[in-house]
Design a protein around this ligand. Structure first.
Ligand SMILES: [Zn+2]
Length: 478
């Protein structure tokens, strides 16, 4: 199946939008740099995760889910991890496990599909050593003082991705001067570990990898020497991606590591660069679970829509106002799609996304469907992982509540009046009615029935709270 028009993606390597041609349409391969698991992921980290999840969904739609392989790594060996574990007095393993668990929960709440593989750096040390050995053998790396360094001047077109010359890089970079380095820009592939630091045996003594070599090793293992798409935040272009390219290309002798390099733009919060010292540092976990930002918890789909509304290559200003606007839209779409069965995604919608993820155009189409075709709106929203609120989704079944011939009946006992048009009963009213029935059951001390209705509502995502004054209030649990 081939899309019309074809998928077009902006490639940082060529600085242009290009028709995407996979190396093998039956095995489309994408790698995205994942988190270093030492702290909660912040809202800036959420951006590549959401953007590349949409691309993953689009690729699966175009090429078939079984023909796309998405790899997003977990960096679980890093000096920041060592420092944080020591600070908290816990083991590295405890810290990385705990952080990864929160990360996975955050990402799930944001409506992202799990990548096909989430490799961990510590499980790929053998591949790292193998690449480093190749680089030494081909004259692109050298060992000195327990370290192994990549010899940057040995690679003729180093700097092609960031389009900087070696001189510019040296002038612009904060160069670490070290006696074991031959050239200023040479970077660490392997470094020695002290006894207290994590380390692995290697031909250069007990040590640990540099950060860049981790991604070269994991992408090689899971996607091969050359693959289709490599993604990440724009801040990773230099030096991280430049160095990944240098390692992989020099180890395997290809012209490219990945054909297409995609980068999402910066994120700032309320007009300022996010930083701990400015106090505007916001984690995904806080947005989802606390009222710190804007005085309320934000559902994952609201964060997702707010994020997608700025084109992925543009800088984004993350504000409470943007979240409020996204929430209003989600609520409105939720109401519009009450009781409808999602149909199939519309071609206009898929075409808009196929133009380098043009979400503005795709969203304009959604607003048009809002008026005329709510089933298509629901289908398109599902398509990009924007799951509209559960309690108003079409597949919501309330088994004990039957609507027929204009009558609403609960368990054939209670009747809620005649001539109620099934179409206009909102879920909110249905929930309220179920609560009324449950309260009647409670008054009659029919606890089994009361519990049954509570469970039924819980299955719909509705949580009840019985108040002292005999009333029951409810909220939707996310
Ligand atoms: Zn990486």
């Amino acid at each position: 199946m081939s899309p019309t028009p074809p998928l077009k993606l902006y490639n940082t390597l060529t600085r242009g939008k290009e028709a995407f041609v996979p190396l093998d349409p039956s095995n489309v391969r994408m790698y995205v740099c994942g988190p270093t698991v030492y702290d909660f992921a912040h809202i800036g980290n959420a951006r590549p995760i959401i953007v590349f999840d949409v691309l993953y969904r689009l690729l699966r739609h175009v090429y078939g889910a079984e023909h796309v392989r998405y790899v997003r790594n977990i960096t679980d060996v890093d000096d920041k991890i060592n420092a944080r574990a020591a600070e908290r007095g816990i083991s590295i393993r405890e810290l990385t496990e705990e952080t990864n668990e929160v990360f996975q929960a955050d990402v799930k709440a944001l409506g992202c599909l799990e990548p096909d593989v989430q490799p961990r750096a510590t499980e790929h040390i053998a591949q790292m050593i193998a690449i480093i050995e190749r680089l030494i053998a081909s004259g692109h790396a050298y060992a000195a003082d327990g370290h192994v360094l990549f010899d940057v001047p040995s690679m003729k077109d180093y700097g092609r991705l960031s389009r900087r010359s070696l001189d510019e890089m040296i002038a612009g970079a904060r160069v670490d001067v070290a006696p074991y380095k031959r050239g200023d820009m040479d970077f660490v592939l392997w470094k020695p570990s002290k006894d207290a630091e994590p380390g692995w045996e290697s031909p250069w003594g007990r040590g640990r990898p540099g950060w860049h070599i981790e991604c070269s090793a994991m992408s090689w293992k899971h996607l091969g020497e050359v693959f289709d798409i490599h993604g990440g935040g724009i801040d990773l272009v230099f030096p991280h991606h430049e160095n990944e390219i240098a390692q992989t290309r020099c180890a395997f002798g290809h012209d490219v590591m990945a054909n297409v390099w995609m980068h999402n733009g910066f994120l700032q919060v309320e007009g300022e660069k996010m930083s701990k010292s400015l106090g505007n540092f916001v984690t995904i976990h806080e947005l989802l679970n606390t009222e710190r930002f804007g005085g309320r918890k934000w559902p994952g789909e609201v964060l997702r829509l707010a994020m997608l509304r700025t084109h992925y290559r543009q800088p984004i200003d993350f504000t409470v106002k943007a979240l409020e606007e996204a929430k209003a839209t989600i609520d409105d779409w939720g109401r519009a799609t009450t009781g409808v069965s999602p149909s199939v995604p519309t071609a206009e919608f898929v075409d808009a996304l196929s133009d380098d993820l043009n979400f503005a155009k795709a969203e304009a189409h959604l607003h048009m469907l809002r008026k005329s075709e709510p089933a298509a709106l629901a289908a398109n929203a599902n398509f990009i992982g924007l799951v509209l609120p559960r309690f108003i989704s079409s597949d919501l079944a309330i088994p004990s509540l039957t609507i027929s011939s204009g009558h609403v009946t609960v368990d054939a006992h209670a009747t809620f009046g005649d001539h109620i048009d099934a179409e206009v009963i909102s879920i909110r009213e249905r929930v309220d009615k179920l609560i009324t029935v449950r309260n009647a059951a409670r008054a009659a001390k029919n606890w089994a029935e009361s519990d049954r209705i509570r469970d039924e509502l819980a299955a719909m995502g509705v949580a009840l709270k019985d108040n002292k004054d005999g009333t029951t209030t409810w909220e939707v649990k996310r």
